[in-house]
Ligand binder design. Structure first.
Ligand code: PHE
Length: 466
């Protein structure tokens, strides 16, 4: 084994870093809204099924590919003797690259809102949408101006990431996650208690525990699968890279289950925080998802909640840690690829790649600020279309690159490298892989078919599932 290669210093460090990658904006501002739309408790159940049947096998596969090869995502396939499958890694790196461009900018806006709630919460409450426009310079159609605050904070956010990455796997990423993740858990618990003790929260809680099948549809099921992939950071180079820093003595299957359990728990907790809080303050039909919901609608929730300002700050700090630890993993996937494949030096590579991604991200922010930049997209429903640049970036990653990379990993592990190799990689140093037969069937047949379905529906139906 290559002694010069970085390694996690402890099991806990790895688990927290991988959980840090998985637990991100997807869990906190996407999941609760989706759970609400999908019927509450019934959606939670379906989501859990998706994590168990698809999330766990795929995460285990990516981690095994990484650990077996001890290489970055593109090099991994070559090192395992299947150079022709390196395209899977390229798709993953490209996906990670595009996501980092916008994830880092959104992270910057979150950072700005930590200050917003800390220093001028009344101004936010007075006019949430106006505040959003005025401070970030985003979305204001009638008087477009350069969104320099949004861009400045995105630069700060990106710089924070770069500092951690430059310090390396152990003293940078691992150490940061060891502080950030426990802090995130503590904040979650505080927010949970606050939310569930609000008068009127029971109704939301009841909704989140209801098993009414009325809202169930085929789309809901597929979107739960897409959500699970995105939330677990599957299909994007990250887990292969993080797995490659694991010592051979680690029990991959146990760690995988633990990471998936943590990610799912945080998503559920976020659901139990947001949905009851919105029910108790603004009313059920105000539950939403995404940036618009987090930056604008939630202001009303904090305004109406006793101690809302403090909880507002805590909520945005929570989002900030979630975004940082995820963004760090995205950048590490890219930097590991560039340094190993091209022999570049880590510090310079980090600085240059972060700068490039930040600059491309500026285009994303500018389109959010109503600059008429267009992207290009093709699907069977709308034909050739020119959506705003920011939407096109998300379509590329969510509808195309993530499913293609995930599918590539399944096909590779199921049919080329073979499930036996994954099982052998897990079963070292006396580790036993419990459900290996089930794993083999899932990775060969069931997972590829499900992903293919998602891919077909996103391209033919013009829908986003992740
Ligand atoms: N899993 C992260 C989230 O839930 C997003 C992410 C995707 C991070 C892919 C890294 C890689 O927000």
């Amino acid at each position: 084994m290559d002694k010069s290669r970085a390694q996690w210093s402890s099991r806990l460090g790895f688990i927290l870093a991988a959980a840090g990658s998985a637990i991100g904006l997807g869990n906190i501002w996407k999941f609760p809204g989706r759970a609400y739309e999908g019927g509450g408790g019934i959606y939670l159940l379906i989501y859990l099924g998706m994590v168990i049947f698809f999330g766990i096998p795929l995460m285990l596969t990516e981690l095994s590919i990484g650990r077996a090869s001890q290489a970055n995502v593109v090099g991994a396939f070559r090192k395992l003797g299947h150079r022709r499958w390196s395209w899977v890694g390229w798709v993953g790196v490209l996906g990670a690259f595009i996501i980092t461009c916008y994830y880092s900018h959104v992270g910057g806006w979150v950072l700005r809102y930590v200050f917003g709630y800390a220093m001028e919460a009344p101004a936010i409450y007075a006019d949430p949408l106006g505040y959003f426009y005025a401070t970030l310079g985003l979305g204001a159609d009638e008087n477009t101006f350069f969104p320099w605050v949004a861009i400045l904070f995105a630069a700060l956010f990106m710089a924070l990431n770069a500092v951690v990455i430059i310090r390396g796997v152990e003293s940078g990423i691992e150490r940061f996650n060891k502080i950030g993740m426990p802090a995130l858990f503590v904040i979650l618990v505080i927010l949970l208690v606050r939310s569930l003790t609000l008068p009127g929260a029971e109704e939301g809680l009841r909704y989140m525990l209801s098993f009414d099948t009325g809202k169930l549809s085929f789309d809901t099921v597929l979107s739960a699968l897409g959500q699970a992939f995105y939330s677990l950071s599957i299909g994007m180079a990250i887990l292969i890279t993080y797995g490659s820093y694991l010592p051979k003595t680690e029990d991959l299957s146990k760690n995988t289950v633990l990471i998936c359990a943590m990610d799912t728990m945080v998503a559920f907790l976020a659901g139990f925080i947001i949905v009851p809080a919105v029910f108790a303050t603004l009313g059920a039909d105000h539950v939403g998802k995404g940036g618009g919901f987090a930056f604008v609608s939630l202001a009303g929730v904090f305004e109406k909640m006793p101690g809302g300002r403090l909880f507002g700050v805590l909520f945005y700090v929570l989002l900030l840690f979630a975004a940082l630890t995820s963004c760090i993993s995205l950048i590490e996937g890219i930097v590991a690829f560039l340094t190993e494949q091209f022999g570049w030096e880590r510090k310079r590579t980090t600085i240059v790649s972060c700068a490039v991604m930040f600059l491309i991200g500026c285009l994303y922010t500018c389109t959010q600020a109503a600059y008429p930049l267009k992207g290009i997209w093709l699907d069977a429903v709308n034909g050739l279309s020119f959506p705003p640049f920011c939407d096109a970036m998300e379509y590329f990653t969510d509808r195309l690159l993530i499913p293609i990379c995930a599918l590539g990993c399944c096909l590779f592990a199921g049919w080329v490298w073979k499930p036996e190799s994954v099982i052998a990689e897990v079963e070292q140093h006396g580790v036993r892989f419990g459900l290996k037969r089930v794993y083999a069937v899932l990775i060969r047949y069931i997972a590829p078919l499900a992903i293919l379905l998602i891919l077909a529906l996103s391209i033919l139906g013009g829908k986003t599932f992740s």
